[in-house]
Design a binder for this molecule. Sequence first.
Ligand code: NAD
Length: 495
Amino acid sequence: MNITDLMSRLGVDERAYASGDLVVETPIDGAEIGRIALDSAENVEAKIAKAQNAFLAWRAVPAPRRGELVRLLGEELRVHKDDLGRLVTIESGKILSEGLGEVQEMIDICDFAVGLSRQLYGLTIASERPGHHMRETWHPLGVVGIISAFNFPVAVWSWNAALAFICGNPCVWKPSEKTPLTALAVQALFEKAAEKFGDAPDGLSQLVIGGRETGEQLVNDPCIALLSATGSTRMGRDVGPHIAGRFGRSLLELGGNNAGIVAPSADLDLALRAVCFAAAGTAGQRCTSLRRLFVHEKIYRSLVPKLKKAYASLSVGDPLEEGTLVGPLIDQGAFERMQYALDRAKAQGGQVSGGEHVGDTGYYVRPALVEMESHDGIVMEETFAPILYVFKYSDLDEAIALQNSAAQGLSSCIFTRDVLEAERFLSATGSDCGIANVNIGPSGAEIGGAFGGEKETGGGRESGSDAWKAYMRRQTQTVNYSTELPLAQGVKFEV
Ligand code: NAD
């Protein structure tokens, strides 16, 4: 785990992480891997002002040319995928294939954004007045602030930044204080791409290092036209009203309490594998991790013992080692919150399998499966750890209602081979989440779809589909190419 070599190949000078108040530790064994200087409030202000200046130039660059910068960024990411993926694993603790997968996701969104840079279409609209035409045009919005969480330390930035850049906006990024090294590396790769591009305005992409207060500065600065904030619902509850108070735009990607339903006709082997990945993978530290499972009573006894067996055999350990499926929790706080949740589940009558600490260094845990009868109390909270609460159900409508009773509405799934059940689940009276899957777990979304969720997940959508519209301002334009002045709705006003 030679950080200096890795960082140097990624283009980051050792001095950038050699001293400062922010101490960075790897969750793999708790070793210190860097020290970074925090940005003062004045620094943050200056960076936002610089980004605002960059906006004035960048908004006038044709969108396909802006796409060229994102294409170059994608190239840098391709070249440095192995190093950046490894760094993601070292800093966040996710297993190496997921670290690499996260960088692949960055490459994918860059490709998507490059294509999109020639497709920022608006509508033409039939005017009710003779000699007039109407159209809808999408213009660059302004500086985009990005606040990201530790568990997707780089992909979340790219989902936002790739779209923001092609839409004509600069970005100011505040990464999680738990994962600043990967952010330094991404910024260095961006700078390489910008150098090859040639005339990107100075300050188009900027990094601000800090904790909650730095985030709050982005929230409160009127130059931040859109703030995309990814993190806990607690954070969103702070951020949302403040942005609304200054009539800014927010894109909130918050917590989830995701559920799955295993119906009697399901392919149980497929369901078992999907549940293990979704609930135990990434050590339960995905916003889309599976946290509640409703198993039909007819198959409960054949599925749940197999699940427990699979859980007991999951390899927990060093995420850099091949064969490891479950890496460490991010820190001691995450471990304590997991143990607290398991204690509460037990007090509610839950039967816990797993959940214990594994190994001597770091916060490694065996994923926990908890058979529960009461769907309340701790079950209604998102504990950011590998805990799967399992319930028996007899009626699909009842299972869907319980699934939807969570405060969050991020992701959901059903395992079934019955088309009526699948369609029922996907219908307007089915899952109330932003993501609904059939025969796939709730986690591991592709970039092509709009990503995000309802209710306490915040309502934001980013990445694919038409999520780009959040990064632009819509203008309705009406042109009169006649010599008359007819008024809309037949209003007469002769002077
Ligand atoms: P967190 O809320 O503790 O921190 C997230 C980010 O918000 C950090 O950069 C932090 O410094 C900043 N922040 C915290 N309070 C703030 C405030 N008051 N004002 C401005 N910024 C503030 O979350 P975390 O522990 O890093 O990540 C885990 C959480 O993120 C989980 O709840 C998970 O579900 C959620 N998450 C959601 C998505 C999604 O797309 N919906 C993706 C990843 C993670």
